[in-house]
Ligand binder design. Structure first.
Ligand code: NAD
Length: 485
């Protein structure tokens, strides 16, 4: 199996690797160097049609393949991901700009966990039965939906792509999947892994392309019955508008503007080191990052001083170097967006406590896209900087006097993905957790993930939940059978 980056990435349709039918490609750029290092298909409706036809043809056999057989194949995929960790991690870093150590520690291990988790999960999946005493018995069948679409973003490329594909396949569906056009390489490599693992042709089809030409065509295709999407709230809105009148099932995992609420009784050292991570990991490009830091007034100045001092030490630079704690921003488009948000914060009267500017790379990274960790204070809760998702290494600080005020600040957001609460008072932790309008709450920790738990957001952060049984339920249709006794 050859997992080196090719000059031309190929689509995976009906078990074959093939060029886009139009012959059109887009540049694939390494954001740490600025180099165009491969070309990615600019797939369109013709490729989507071919992928749907292949998926439809594969469905009758795959949907009736015994779960034990599906389990074995998905487990083989997991094992091959582990066996090829180095090649996949390097590809992820070259596509995305994230530090190589992070790809090795988080992204690629999680991709194999996703397959292993849902391979095992489907072996234990069961359904309800409802007895009507001696009158009747109802049982619920959960059948695969058919052909489903999975569309994912660039920030955790293989990690989020497999988080959708694995439960869809485990549940017996055939999949037409599209990774982000910004980070296509590891999903191309996954195609090769699926061939090697013996996944039957057409069960998984991977198309490379952008949102308008390819993603929206997948969403609108009449034979694709469900869409699992992770990405921006903007695209989520378009997808909901297309899918709703077609009565498709949709799962939307969208943006966030998450509060990190720090009370004065927090375990200081743990809170400090975790807050550095929850602010700047992956250059702040994680939907779960705590971009609004809310600090109890009595510790605000002390927090501010130590937080700045620690963030100042984060080395920004070549993602291949172990010493780099921050790599490159994923693309020129996104780099310009983040710098634009920083400019807006300045115009709104924000004070730059740290950063607020680009960083010039050195050596092979001289043309790379780097931004300094940025800490801003002095902005009100409802200004654009505190309301809109930036999705970069940028956090704001606000102080609060009371628990009520902390909650008010936390909930002044159109988003509701996650929140972190730092306190050693158990009663307060429970009270605040219950009142924050977010789907995922961490108390005295961050990004501690149990794959069985429901994952998703309130408000503009999305619709539906991923993870555990929620994912397997999403990818199956319940059917009640009532038998009169
Ligand atoms: P994006 O919405 O631009 O793109 C995501 C994917 O959707 C890409 O594959 C893209 O090609 C495709 N796409 C774009 N427009 C589409 C359309 N109209 N129809 C169908 N497909 C379309 O998002 P992005 O910039 O790649 O990712 C960053 C965003 O993702 C941030 O908002 C972040 O918060 C969010 N995100 C959310 C979660 C979560 O779990 N809630 C996780 C990671 C990222």
């Amino acid at each position: 199996m050859n997992l080196t980056a090719p000059a031309h990435i190929q689509n995976y349709i009906g078990g074959n690797l093939q060029a886009p039918l139009s012959g059109k490609y887009m540049d694939n750029i390494n954001p740490a160097t600025g180099e165009v290092y491969s070309l990615t298909p600019d797939s369109d409706a013709l490729d989507v049609e071919a992928a749907v036809a292949a998926a439809k043809a594969a469905f009758p056999v795959w949907s009736t393949t015994p779960v034990e057989e599906r389990f074995k194949i998905l487990n083989r995929i997991a094992q091959l991901i582990d066996d090829n960790m180095d090649a996949l991690a390097l590809a992820e870093t070259n596509d995305n700009g994230k530090p190589l150590w992070l790809s090795k520690r988080v992204d690629i291990p999680r991709a194999s966990s996703n397959f292993r988790f849902f391979a095992t999960g489907i072996m234990h999946f069961s359904t309800d039965s409802h007895s009507m005493e001696d009158k009747a018995i109802n049982y619920t069948l959960r059948q695969p939906i058919g052909v489903v679409g999975c569309i994912s973003p660039w920030n955790l490329p293989l990690y989020l792509f497999t988080w959708k594909i694995a439960p869809a396949l485990a549940a017996g569906n055939c999949v037409v999947a599209k990774p982000s056009e910004v980070t296509p390489m590891t999903s191309y490599m996954l195609s090769i892994i699926c061939q090697e693992a013996g996944l039957p042709a057409g069960v998984l089809n991977i198309l490379h392309g952008n949102g308008p030409n390819c993603g929206s065509v997948i969403v609108a295709h009449p034979h694709i019955k469900a869409i699992s999407f992770t990405g921006s709230t903007r695209a989520g809105k378009d997808i909901a508008a297309t899918a709703a009148p077609m009565f498709k099932k949709i799962s939307l995992e969208l943006g966030g503007k998450n509060p990190n609420i720090i009370f004065a009784d927090a375990n200081w050292s743990k809170m400090m080191s975790t807050t550095i991570q929850s602010s700047f990991s992956n250059q702040g490009q994680i939907c779960l990052c705590g971009s609004r830091i809310l600090v109890e007034e009595s510790i605000y100045e002390q927090f501010k001083a130590e937080f700045i001092a620690r963030a100042q030490k984060l080395t920004v630079g070549d993602p291949l170097e172990d010493s780099s704690k921050q790599g490159a921003i994923v693309s020129k488009l996104h780099y310009d967006k983040v710098l634009g948000c920083i400019e807006l914060a300045k115009q709104e009267g924000g004070k730059m406590l740290l950063g607020g500017h680009a960083v010039k790379g050195t050596g092979r990274c001289a043309n790379g896209l780097f931004i300094a960790p940025t800490i801003i204070e002095g902005l009100g809760a409802s200004c654009r900087t505190n309301m809109e998702e930036i999705f970069g290494p940028v956090v704001t600080l606000q102080s609060f006097k009371t628990e009520e005020e902390a909650l008010e600040l936390a909930n002044t957001s159109d988003y509701g993905l996650s929140a972190t609460i730092w306190t050693q008072d158990v009663s307060r932790a429970n009270r605040v957790a219950a009142k924050v309008h977010s789907g995922i709450i961490w108390v005295n920790c961050w990004l501690l993930r149990d794959l069985r738990t429901p994952f998703g957001g309130f408000k503009n952060s999305g619709v539906g939940r991923e993870g555990g049984w929620d994912a397997l339920r999403f990818f199956t249709e319940p059917k009640n059978v009532c038998i009169e006794l």
